[in-house]
Design a protein. Structure first.
Length: 85
């Protein structure tokens, strides 16, 4: 399931540039038109994003409260996207 990168990035507390770098590095599934994470057409796969956030927490790069906030927003968006299908 695709979600606009700029739509979810700030909700989960990760700057779009950081998510864009993860897409470029192959850590996250998505697309960056013109290599621009701020593009309205940039997207990430929401399930891949959830795995990425879990990986960040396991590596100690994300504190627990920030992780829980991110997962809550990802789950809300997942439910919203499934309801639209």
């Amino acid at each position: 399931m695709k979600i606009a990168l700029h739509h979810i990035a700030y909700k989960i507390g990760i700057h779009p540039t950081e998510l864009g770098q993860a897409v470029r590095d192959g850590e996250l599934t998505g697309e960056l038109p013109d290599n621009n994470p701020q593009s309205k057409d940039a997207w990430v796969d929401i399930l891949s994003l959830r795995n990425y956030v879990e990986w960040l927490r396991e590596k100690g790069k994300m504190e627990e409260s920030r992780f829980l906030k991110a997962v809550r927003h990802i789950d809300n968006e997942t439910r919203r996207l499934k309801g639209r299908a």
